[in-house]
Design a protein around this ligand. Structure first.
Ligand SMILES: Cc1cc2nc3c(=O)[nH]c(=O)nc-3n(C[C@H](O)[C@H](O)[C@H](O)COP(=O)(O)OP(=O)(O)OC[C@H]3O[C@@H](n4cnc5c(N)ncnc54)[C@H](O)[C@@H]3O)c2cc1C
Length: 560
């Protein structure tokens, strides 16, 4: 009989997305809960993130705008063949939508204020059956961290610590050219000044979500312990009955009467695991939090859990402007090559992908291309019109280019495409031909090679002040011309243990490891090998954490 230093009903490893949705439900059911978190912060990468939850037919959509069936149809279409993606099954995809909507209602009842992220944030493959051209996205309302009292400094800092909705923040790039967005900017600036005067500490995006979740979780009486890493699961008669953490530098055994939920993130910060599962990618290109080291992937595998989809990451293209290593969230480059007057080429000067579209797919294509033609890094090729109209890394459009961008060699600049080609080590005739071919597509209004600009999502990423395909397509013709490198960064890994429809961890023979649940990127994604839309990581983490708690507490269909 295992002996413990203390025992709870529900033991959660990691304080990420699903940890707190599960903890809130367990407390509502009258159970005791402890969350053991390795880092000095609560919130995980979820707190650093956009905090977007992708949820079809969510309660913030208009009546009749979407349905569970449309969502299921889309997920089935986008995920496709799952013979090599056991983390995704038809039952899990349906459960995600059916239960996810209920989970959102539950969080709102628990005081976590949520809202629609935007009315225009299309699915990443909106052209597929059931795809949505408006928006299935949900976020938390901006949050004043002061509401957390003593816990405020313990919330992992977010990407945007201002009183601004994420949707508005993303449109600031257009403030120079549009009165509408200038007004948005003015409102945000006024909010910053007022906030300072009133002593408020506004956070938005992921930190607002995790701040609100943390507030509700603490109020519900959940015991959250920071700096309590777990690296071992305690098994008795084939059942997980507890975990080993560290307390006062000594092993501390915590028993779990109803089960253990692992919500310990991925392995983006573990180079050894990356070399094994995702060769050619680097920890330093990851925007995840530093604790994302795959400890629990290994602990779960050790007791019979099966790892799957380990070669998948939620790639997010990045450009390495001087100082990028020191940035809390390095400058993503998704909106760079997706804008008009910009393309991406490999090291031979050839285009090889749709520069719009899902960041996950973009980076996957970079890594794949690199196996045939060197493509890590690839080059973004831009013209002066691009530089005048749009931002690059952390420099706003039309702004003076930082001196060290050229002196460090980061930004290559030349009067002609041929000279630019020489600067990046590409055959001039090849780059010239690539640019001419692309410009021809722009004239024809159709990218015959990669169909860029055809999806609603490509247009979302483009220049929203113009209409149709011009949002995405624009000629590269006005010198001088520029090139910067683009690498396949990431915002998460996407592989982990295989779980069933109730988030229980499975063994290789398909049987369940009793007492062990996993959610978030500790589990192989229920989205298989694709990223269906904004929020396809945080959404499953919250939903399957909640489903796990429901199952472990034996709640069935009872609504709490
Ligand atoms: C800049 C950025 C923007 C993003 N935007 C979005 C978005 O809008 N929507 C979306 O869906 N995804 C987004 N992502 C991806 C998303 O944030 C992650 O995939 C997701 O947050 C992972 O959530 P999780 O609950 O699995 O883990 P996390 O939120 O990372 O939580 C895991 C926790 O476990 C802890 N932990 C790790 N090991 C141990 C251990 N051994 N013992 C105890 N604790 C441990 C970690 O410290 C961490 O706190 C974004 C990511 C970034 C970086």
């Amino acid at each position: 009989m295992a002996e413990f230093d203390e025992t709870f009903d529900w033991v959660v490893v990691g304080c990420g997305g699903g940890s707190m949705s599960s903890a809130l439900l367990m407390r509502k059911a009258g159970k005791s809960v402890v969350i053991l978190e390795k880092s000095p912060y609560a919130g995980g990468t979820t707190s650093k993130s956009g905090g977007v939850i992708w949820m079809p037919a969510n309660p913030f959509m208009e009546p009749g705008e979407d349905s569970v069936e449309q969502g299921v149809t889309y997920l089935d279409a986008v995920v496709g063949d799952t013979s090599d993606a056991p983390g995704s099954t038809p039952e899990k995809r349906r459960a995600y939508i059916v239960e996810g909507r209920k989970m959102i209602d539950f969080l709102v009842r628990e005081g976590v204020q949520l809202e629609r992220a935007s009315t225009f944030w299309p699915d990443y493959y909106d052209e597929l059956p059931g795809g949505c051209k408006s928006s299935r996205t949900v976020v938390a309302k901006v949050f004043d961290k002061n509401e957390l009292g003593d816990w405020a400094p313990k919330l992992r800092p977010g990407m945007m610590e201002v009183k601004a909705r994420l949707d508005d923040g993303m449109k600031l790039a257009f403030a120079k050219r549009s009165w509408k967005y200038r007004m948005v900017f003015a409102k945000i600036a006024a909010g910053v000044v007022l906030g300072k005067l009133r002593g408020q500490h506004w956070v938005t995006a992921g930190a607002a979500l995790q701040g609100r979740m943390l507030k509700a979780t603490i109020a519900a009486g959940v015991d959250i312990r920071l700096r309590h890493a777990v690296d071992e699961l305690i098994v008795e008669d084939g059942k997980v009955v507890g975990v080993v953490t560290i307390k006062d530098n000594k092993p501390w055994r915590v028993g779990a009467r109803l089960g253990v939920l692992v919500n310990a993130g991925g392995f983006a910060r573990n180079q050894e695991m990356r070399d094994k599962y995702m060769p050619g990618t680097r920890t330093e290109w990851s925007m995840t939090n530093e604790s994302d080291t795959g400890d629990m992937h290994r602990a779960m595998e050790k007791i019979g859990g099966v790892l799957a989809q380990m070669d998948e990451m939620v790639g997010f293209q990045m450009t390495r402007a001087p100082g990028w290593e020191k940035d809390y969230v390095a400058p993503g480059a998704q909106a760079v090559t997706a804008k008009p007057h910009a393309i991406l080429v490999d090291q031979s000067g050839v285009r090889y992908l749709n520069e719009g579209g899902s960041y996950e797919e973009y980076c996957e294509r970079m890594v794949k291309r690199d196996k045939v033609v060197p493509a890590v890094p690839s080059w973004a090729i831009l013209d002066q019109t691009y530089m005048d109209l749009y931002p690059l890394a952390n420099a706003g459009q039309g702004k003076k280019i930082p001196e060290n961008w050229t002196s460090s060699g980061y930004l290559k600049k030349a009067d002609t495409i041929e000279e630019l080609a020489k600067l990046i080590g590409v055959e001039p005739a090849t780059l010239r031909a690539t640019v001419d071919r692309f410009n021809g597509f722009v004239d024809a209004g159709e990218d015959a090679d990669f169909h860029r600009g055809e999806r609603a999502y490509d247009q979302f990423l483009g220049d929203i002040l113009v209409e149709g395909r011009d949002r995405s397509l624009g000629k590269i013709e006005t010198g001088p011309f520029y090139a910067v490198d683009i690498v396949p960064g990431d915002v998460s890994t996407y592989g982990g243990v295989v779980t069933d429809v109730n988030a229980r961890v499975l063994k290789s023979d398909g049987s369940v490891i009793e007492g062990l649940y996993a959610t978030g990127v500790s589990a192989a994604s229920p989205m298989g090998r694709v990223y269906p839309g904004a929020g396809a990581s945080v959404g499953p983490s919250l939903t399957f954490g909640w489903i796990a708690a429901k199952h472990a507490a034996g709640l069935g269909n009872q609504v709490l």
